[in-house]
Design a protein around this ligand. Structure first.
Ligand code: DGL
Length: 279
């Protein structure tokens, strides 16, 4: 059995590329169709109901493009809509919160875990609930870091302004004595150098990307949806990038973070699926 259909991965912008990269590294034969909703970025400050509407539009669009599974590579979308996305589209759906929590709970030694994310993610309490579900006896200390994503989307990982914002968000968490910090927004692994500078080497940074890739693999395997390697070939899969925003800007930023795996980027309007306008 071999299923050549692509895996659909989506986010409000370039953040989900951290997850796409991990999936591509683990499963080089799997075609990926990545969609960034850059025109409506950022999602973090929006009401959950609005994020849910956007998520269903994107999932609907990707399903029309015949993806074999959906990866919600955005914490803010996951807290707003992952159950609805799963109900509406009939393909397996994988998110990023449980994988990140799993890794953090496994890693912490002092049971004091930090979480940084968007306003939507932090306010939802989803990480608190996910930690409780593991049965782990750990305390969670959270901080929303709203300006981080704007800098990432602009390709900035090291300006003075960003460093100052990072200190403002992170020093109070450091003072709580956490030994593990969950990067609870898929944009944040792109700032891990800067975050590490502020937090120091004693705090472990947890990105959900690699753990999520393992879930993608396990889900494809369990559903017999893997694409078999062609004889003597590997890493030949197609990566397609779509954005609702400016393709040139998306390409510039994506190339900065991912290098040459980013080829063409096509513009897309997810509100129009086969002549049906969602707005
Ligand atoms: N990458 C998204 C997340 O993981 C958030 C970015 C945004 O605010 O749009 O939450």
């Amino acid at each position: 059995m071999s299923d050549p259909r692509p895996i659909g991965i989506f986010d409000s912008g370039v953040g989900g590329l951290t997850v796409a990269r991990a999936v591509f590294d683990l499963l080089p034969n799997e075609p990926i169709l990545y969609l960034g909703d850059n025109a409506r970025f950022p999602y973090g400050p929006r009401p959950l109901e609005e994020i849910r509407t956007f998520a269903l539009e994107i999932a609907g669009y990707l399903t029309e493009r015949d993806v074999k599974m959906l990866v919600v590579a955005c914490n803010s979308i996951e807290v707003a809509a992952i159950a609805d996305v799963a109900d509406a589209h009939g393909v397996p759906v994988v998110g990023v919160i449980d994988p990140g929590v799993r890794a953090a709970v496994h890693a912490t030694r002092n049971h004091r875990i930090g979480l940084i994310g968007t306003e939507a993610t932090v306010a939802s309490g989803a990480y608190q609930r996910a930690i409780a579900q593991t049965g782990a006896d750990a305390r969670l200390f959270s901080a929303a870091c709203p300006v981080f994503v704007e800098h990432v989307e602009a390709g900035d990982t090291s300006s003075d302004e960003l460093l100052e914002a990072a200190r403002g968000y992170l020093v109070p968490l450091d003072e709580e004595g956490i030994d593990t910090l969950i990067l609870g927004c898929t944009h944040y692994p792109m700032l891990s150098g800067l975050i590490r500078m502020v937090m120091g080497e004693d705090v472990l940074l947890v990105s959900s990307a690699e753990e999520t890739a393992k879930d993608v693999y396990a889900t494809l395997r369990a559903s017999s949806l893997l694409q078999a390697a062609k004889d003597g070939e590997s890493g030949e899969a197609r990566l397609e990038f779509l954005t609702t925003g400016d393709p040139a800007q998306f390409r510039r930023v994506a190339h900065h973070f991912l290098g040459p795996v980013v080829g063409g980027v096509a513009p897309v309007d997810v509100r129009v699926v086969e002549g049906v306008s969602w707005s």
